[in-house]
Design a binder for this molecule. Structure first.
Ligand code: FE
Ligand code: MN
Length: 330
């Protein structure tokens, strides 16, 4: 049993029971990167020049920096303060330590962006309080996961296991799996137009990490589900579907707010369709029926996520520059 197992010795990692956790750890290590490896030279020039970026594009960049700069910390805190306490299995903990490090890298990315572009940190780091469509996403996750942050919380009993699964769904499936993805699409679309390519590349690396976090989270949720089948009642499944649908509404609101009239030839509706498409994939991943059946408007996004993990870091970059030309937007 992955939780509530009195026989688990958190210090004894061998022999392992959950080889998927070990595999995610190794995949994380082979994805290693740091933000300073990415040049911000061109981004700084474009940001300072009057000509390159439209006002809408600047707003979209600021919104995404504002959202991610604090969302990374919220996620890191959840791993260290909530998930790590409850999951004592050593190979899962090894992954959680790796994930926590990756969240530190992501936090560092936004420090690096603020510094190099000369942005006002008070503005960026307060956006999760001052911009309603960002605040609502963060509040949504924090609200329905807060019981797990109670220091006396344990996963004993079926109700508490459900609360813990709520927390995992809140952070892994909704925050990292849905709330990050409209932003990823916007920043990667900019990069494909040769705008803010440094930040775009950093977002690609973050997205590659996040897709692993999501995989680990879904494997953890599915293992808890299989080992505690009593939690997975129709009522609970419907509750989760409802939460994911609410999250989709919030993510669409964010998309409409960050790029109201569309940018780069992409209209806001396409971002909304993308959110629905992503939500269906997440639902299926945790054994729930898809709700939207929306076609993926951005097939190029999955190519970016699927960047071969084992591929050499620098080779990948060269290939991307070669193929990062024009796009068909139909
Ligand atoms: Fe992250
Ligand atoms: Mn993450």
């Amino acid at each position: 049993m992955i939780i509530n197992n009195s026989k688990t010795d958190p210090n004894k990692i061998l022999p392992m029971n959950y080889l998927w956790a070990r595999q995610h750890y190794k995949d994380g290590v082979s994805n290693n990167w740091t933000p300073e490896e990415v040049s911000m030279q061109k981004d700084v020039e474009q940001w300072k020049s009057e000509k390159t970026l439209t006002d809408e594009e600047r707003k979209l960049i600021l919104y995404n920096l504002g959202f991610f700069s604090t969302a990374e910390s919220l996620t890191a805190n959840n791993i260290v303060l909530a998930v790590y306490n409850q999951v004592t299995n050593p190979e899962c903990r090894q992954y959680l330590l790796r994930q926590a490090y990756e969240e530190a890298i992501h936090t560092d990315t936004f420090i690096y962006c603020c510094d190099t572009l000369g942005l006002d940190p008070e503005e960026i780091y307060n956006m999760y309080k001052t911009i309603p469509s960002i605040k609502e996403k963060d509040d949504f996750v924090v609200e329905f996961t807060k019981s797990v942050f109670d220091p006396t919380f344990t996963t004993n009993g079926i109700d508490n296991i459900r609360k813990f699964v709520h927390d995992l769904i809140g952070y892994y499936v909704i925050m990292e799996g849905i709330f990050f993805y409209a932003g990823f699409a916007m920043m990667l679309a900019l990069k494909r137009q040769n705008k803010m390519v440094g930040i775009g590349e950093q977002f690609e690396y973050i997205m590659r990490d996040e897709s692993l976090h999501l995989s680990f989270g879904c494997d953890l949720i599915n293992t808890i589900r299989q080992e505690n089948p009593d939690i997975w009642t129709e009522e609970f499944r419907n509750e989760i579907i409802t939460l994911i649908k609410e999250a989709v509404v919030l993510e669409k609101q964010y998309s409409n707010d960050a790029c109201p009239s569309g940018v780069l030839g992409i209209n806001a509706e396409q971002f909304c369709n993308y959110v629905e498409h992503i939500a269906d994939r997440r639902l299926e991943r945790i054994g729930l029926p898809k709700q939207y059946d929306t076609e993926n408007p951005f097939p190029w996004m999955s190519q970016s996520v699927d960047l071969n993990k084992e591929k050499n870091f620098f080779e990948t970059r060269v290939t991307e520059y070669k193929t990062g030309g024009n796009l068909d937007w139909d």
